[in-house]
Write a protein that binds this ligand. Structure first.
Ligand code: SP5
Ligand code: ZN
Length: 343
C-alpha cells in the first residue's frame, strides 16, 4: 500500500493545550506521525511518497473563505498583537447564543468566531502543516482514483472535527472531506466510515444535507465523550441528505465484541448506499490504553478491523486522525492497514 507523508507536519508542534481548566501537555504531537512512519517502513507496508500540491481550489470547495483566510494569517496576527514570543493562539471569547457572529475584526474576535474549543492552538507552522495534511489526503485520493486498491494518508494535524467554517478538536482543515469532495468532482460516489473514538462532527456537518456522500461514524456516545454537542443517533441527515448519515454512539469501555457488531451494522448501510470508493477516518484512540478516551479495543483487534474494512471489497483511502498512546500507536495503525491488505 502506498503511504503519503509530508515532514511539513513537524512545523505544527504546539507544546500545550487548554483543557480541564488548565494548560496541559499537548497530546496531538509530531511524534505520533513519526512513530507510525517508522512502523510503516519497518514492516515494509509499501512506498512512502511525498504529496503533490493541489493548490487552494480543492480546499475552497469544502471550506468557508473566511475560515481559510483567518487560519492562513492567524499566527502572524496573534504575534503582532501579543509579541514574537507569544504563546500559541487560543480563543477566550466565542459568539455563543445571543451574541453576533463576526468573521471580521481583530484577532481575538476572529479566533473566537472560528474556533469551537480551547484545545486547538495555532502556532507559526500550523497553517503550513494543515495545508500539507490536506495535500496528503488529496494525493492518496488521486492514487486511489488512478487504480490503487488501498492508500494511506499519514496526515497531521487531523481533520474530522473541522467543519466548513469552524476549527477545533486538534483539526484545522477537514482532510477527508476535502478528499471526498475531490473524488465526487471526478464522478465517484464516496462513503466515509469514521472509526475515530470521537464523533466526526466536522465531516458530518459538511455533508449533512447531501445525498452524494454517505457518512457513518462509530464513536464514544457524546452524552459523555467529546465533542459533546453532535454525534447522537437521531442525526440522520437533512433535506437531500436525509438517510445519508449514520451515527452509532457506543458505551464507555466498548470492547471488540460490541464494536464489531456496530461495524457490521455500519457496513450494511454503507453497502446499501452502493459507494464506489470508501474513505476511512482512521482514528486509533479507541485503544484500551489511549490517554484521553474510554474504549477497550486491544492490539490484535485492529487487524480484524482492517480485515472487515478490506472485506467490503471497495477501493479504500485511509486518512489518519486521532490516537494518542504513543507506544501502541505505530503497531495498531499498521495492524489496520495490514489487516486490510490481507482481508
Ligand atoms: C482528532 C481527535 O481525536 N481529536 C480529539 C480532540 C479531543 N479534545 C479534548 C478531549 C478531552 C478529553 N478529556 C479527557 C481528560 C483526560 N485527562
Ligand atoms: Zn479522536
Amino acid at each position: 500500500m502506498k503511504t503519503f507523508y509530508s515532514p511539513t507536519h513537524l512545523e505544527h508542534a504546539p507544546p500545550e493545550e487548554f483543557e480541564g481548566g488548565r494548560m496541559n501537555p499537548a497530546v496531538e504531537v509530531p511524534a505520533r506521525a513519526l512513530g507510525v512512519l517508522a512502523e510503516v517502513e519497518r514492516r515494509r507496508l509499501g512506498p512512502v511518497l511525498p504529496p503533490a500540491e493541489f493548490g487552494a481550489e480543492p480546499i475552497a470547495r469544502v471550506h468557508d473563505a473566511g475560515l481559510v483566510g483567518f487560519l492562513s494569517q492567524a499566527s502572524e496576527l496573534w504575534r503582532k498583537r501579543y509579541g514574537e514570543d507569544a504563546p500559541p493562539a487560543i480563543p477566550s471569547a466565542w459568539p455563543a447564543r445571543g451574541l453576533r457572529s463576526r468573521p471580521d475584526g481583530d484577532v481575538e474576535t476572529r479566533i473566537g468566531n472560528y474556533a469551537f474549543d480551547t484545545a486547538t492552538p495555532i502556532v507559526k507552522g500550523t497553517w503550513r502543516a494543515a495545508l500539507a495534511a490536506a495535500n496528503t489526503a488529496l494525493s492518496a485520493a488521486e492514487a486511489l482514483a488512478n487504480g490503487e486498491r488501498g492508500t494511506f494518508a499519514l496526515a497531521r494535524p487531523p481533520g474530522h472535527h473541522a467543519s466548513s467554517d469552524v476549527f477545533g478538536g486538534y483539526c484545522y482543515l477537514n482532510n477527508i472531506a476535502i478528499a471526498a469532495q475531490w473524488l465526487v468532482e471526478r464522478g465517484l460516489r464516496p462513503a466515509i466510515l469514521d472509526v475515530d473514538y470521537h464523533h466526526g462532527n466536522g465531516t458530518q456537518s459538511i455533508f449533512y444535507r447531501r445525498a452524494d456522500v454517505f457518512f457513518a461514524s462509530l464513536h464514544g456516545d457524546p452524552s459523555f465523550a467529546y465533542p459533546h454537542f453532535l454525534g447522537f443517533a437521531d442525526e440522520c441527515g437533512e433535506g437531500d441528505g436525509d438517510g445519508a448519515n449514520l451515527n452509532l454512539p457506543l458505551a464507555m469501555y466498548t470492547d471488540w465484541r460490541a464494536y464489531a457488531s456496530a461495524l457490521t451494522l455500519a457496513f450494511s448501510r454503507i453497502n446499501a448506499f452502493a459507494p464506489d470508493v470508501l474513505l476511512v477516518s482512521l482514528g486509533l484512540d479507541t485503544f484500551e490504553a489511549d490517554p484521553i478516551s474510554k474504549f477497550s479495543l486491544g492490539t490484535k483487534d485492529y487487524l480484524r478491523l482492517g480485515e472487515i474494512i478490506g472485506g467490503a471489497r471497495l477501493p479504500t483511502l485511509f486518512v489518519f486522525e486521532g490516537g494518542y498512546n504513543l507506544t501502541a500507536l505505530p503497531e495498531i495503525t499498521v495492524n489496520v492497514l495490514e489487516g486490510f491488505e490481507g482481508g
